[in-house]
Design a binder for this molecule. Structure first.
Ligand code: 6PG
Length: 247
């Protein structure tokens, strides 16, 4: 069963999510040398990363290995680059060493980018022949996509390979993404959802729907999943709604 935390304001959402991330990092770093984290892209995590980079009680950042859940098919200095967003809000302010940043090379042809990242993912400790991230941060699109796994994506059928590329018709662009086997192999998953634009999809997912096909977000293992949602994104939920119908 996933845990759902709802916060009145985005500021509290980000602050509590940042604290949870640092708490998980401390727990993991108490028993292993490195904390392997896959970052979310898009716009929602921007404020979260800014906050994280300013939190003095953070554990030793030098023991973090930063990966990405997905990337656009763009160069690292392109405004759409998830890497650039994380560099501006987190890596640069914290002075993270390049060696601890595992960027998805979105500038390469998709197949070359996949080959490159599959090699880099070998640096993540493995479980069941898959990279096992200590934490994967995710956002969610208004269509229920997570990372770059969009509804109908062939990548949703991938059961073995942890990373792949898919052409996203509605974006008219290639996307590079961890696949469900990699996401669901993580020790912890945090889904950060903020704003009125996500209210419909939150209600759709949390209260169940008649669609035959499950949405990508609904294919996440619930056992290690924590939702961090603000009031704007959750205001359509009926009071005391059972978060995400039990399996
Ligand atoms: C990306 C993200 C994607 C994002 C959702 C939500 O590369 O865009 O990884 O999965 O989390 O699209 O995006 P917003 O946070 O901008 O609403």
């Amino acid at each position: 069963m996933s845990k759902v935390f709802i916060f009145e304001h985005p500021e509290t959402l980000y602050e509590q999510c940042a604290r949870r991330i640092l708490q998980l990092a401390r727990e993991v770093l108490a028993t292993q040398e490195r904390f392997h984290l896959a970052l979310a892209g898009g716009g929602t995590p921007r404020e979260l990363y800014r906050l994280l980079s300013a939190m003095s009680e953070a554990p030793e950042w030098r023991r973090f290995e930063f990966y990405f859940g997905d990337e656009r098919h763009v160069a690292p200095d392109h405004p759409d680059s998830n890497y650039l967003m994380a560099k501006e809000t987190l890596f640069a302010p914290l002075g993270i060493a390049d060696s601890a940043i595992h960027r998805i090379p979105g500038e390469l042809e998709p197949s070359a980018a996949v080959e490159h990242y599959l090699k880099d993912l070998r640096n993540v400790p493995h479980l069941h022949q898959l990279p096992r991230f200590d934490l994967v941060l995710l956002g969610m699109g208004a269509d229920g996509h997570i990372a770059s796994l969009f509804p109908g994506s062939p990548l949703l059928q991938e059961k073995v390979v942890p990373f792949g590329a898919s052409y996203v018709e509605k974006l008219d662009s290639w996307r590079l993404s961890l696949t469900l086997p990699a996401l669901n192999n993580a020790r912890h998953l945090i889904l950060l959802v903020s704003g009125e634009k996500k209210a419909d999809i939150i209600r759709h997912v949390m209260q169940g729907h008649r669609n035959a096909m499950p949405l990508p977000v609904e294919l996440l293992e619930r056992e290690h999943l924590e939702w961090f949602i603000d009031r704007e994104a959750s205001h359509l939920l009926q009071e005391k709604e059972e978060a995400w119908p039990s399996a």
